[in-house]
Write a protein that binds this ligand. Sequence first.
Ligand code: AMP
Ligand code: GLY
Length: 445
Amino acid sequence: MSALPMKVLIVGKGAREHALAWKLAQSPDIEQLFAAPGSPGIADHATCLEQIRVDLDISQRPQLEAEILKLRDFATSAGIDLTVVGPEAALAAGIVDRFQEVELTIFGPTEGAARIECDKTFSKELMASIGVPTAAHRSFDSSSEALAYVHEHGAPIVIKASGLAAGKGVTVCHTEAEAVGAIQQIMDDRIFGESGAQLVIEEFMEGEEASLFAICDGERYVNLVTAQDHKAIGEGDTGPNTGGMGAYAPASVLTPALIEQANEQVVEPVLTEMARRGSPYRGVLYVGLMLTAAGPKVVEFNCRFGDPEIQVVLPLLRSDLLELLLGSARGDLSQAGPVVLDDEHAAVCVVMASGGYPGKYETGRAIEGATSTEDIVIFHAGTARQAERLVTAGGRVLAVTAIDTDIPAAVQAAYGAVDRIHFDDAYWRRDIAHRALQRVGTGAA
Ligand code: AMP
Ligand code: GLY
């Protein structure tokens, strides 16, 4: 057991990692925070190691593996007590395995356990083997068989690249022609590279989506607050999918009874089965659920925190995040104190993006007015410093998060903050939390 206070290292550079840095900085037991590569927002809380590019995409796996080894050298020489991994690519490239080999403590699943997100064929087979409710599916290695299956089953149908595709590998197809196009792009044109060598075709599930988070130690788990994401670029959930344009928490559509059902039918059997297969699951298990008429079903698992979901989940965690992440990383959550969730507040996050995202967009635009307060936290998703000026540097630029007494108040506060921020050609959705507001309107919140 390391002595307190501790040195903690965060892997990543997005708004998710900014939220982790913001929350960890509140821990009384942290002496120093580092982030690799970090960002101008993260730099408010941590020393950034900008030259260590552990944020690379999985398509650059050899370079990413080399950066991971560089970071491991840093962690060893700086005496880092805990490393917290944000992005899935680093997990898929085995960062946890490499750090554990030299007895560094690190939060996240091993490469083998991260397959729950990074290999959809594995994840579907795992669910089928233990009866976890999910869409019926089949995996294919050849486009001709996949096309024949689509012609047999018709639309609506869902086509997924089996490997990682930065959130863009899924097409919900409303016509057979769309499905044929998606199969050809993934398998024949390889628009996602080797992530499309295998393909999963799923039954279309109808319902409302919500995210459930379980921090796991290989055996035990605790839940964080539930959240709902807004993946589509356009209002009313229209247009292409993005990394996420906003989120709110708690997601009251996931009632306590549904949370219990999802824990019993999904989280617990998955933990037991992963341990039985010799890959005990440590880290956060992010369960994307579809609340269908037949009960909650798994849309997908993620092996890391959701972005922008974590930006609304962490502000509603009252207890110490460091203790929780350490408990998971050490394989013994019973060492961590009880998790206390804030049930007197709600949080809403509105993502401000560069006009054109998720397609082509410009960067380098000056950002004005992005100042956080106690109740409004502006997490940086894609920003840079240019001669002391804060400028845009990505598709998603800022995740503007408000914490207030309930969802309607937090929505109002978040949009008030968005109105005080300016950069040229900024785009944001004006209907974040619309489902929750509708439920309030009908008295069902
Ligand atoms: P995924 O990356 O697997 O989460 O998929 C991205 C999005 O596609 C999900 O958030 C859903 O909105 C949608 N989706 C995925 N699978 C299905 C399915 N079987 N039925 C309906 N919608 C789905
Ligand atoms: N917001 C969706 C994700 O993080 O996968």
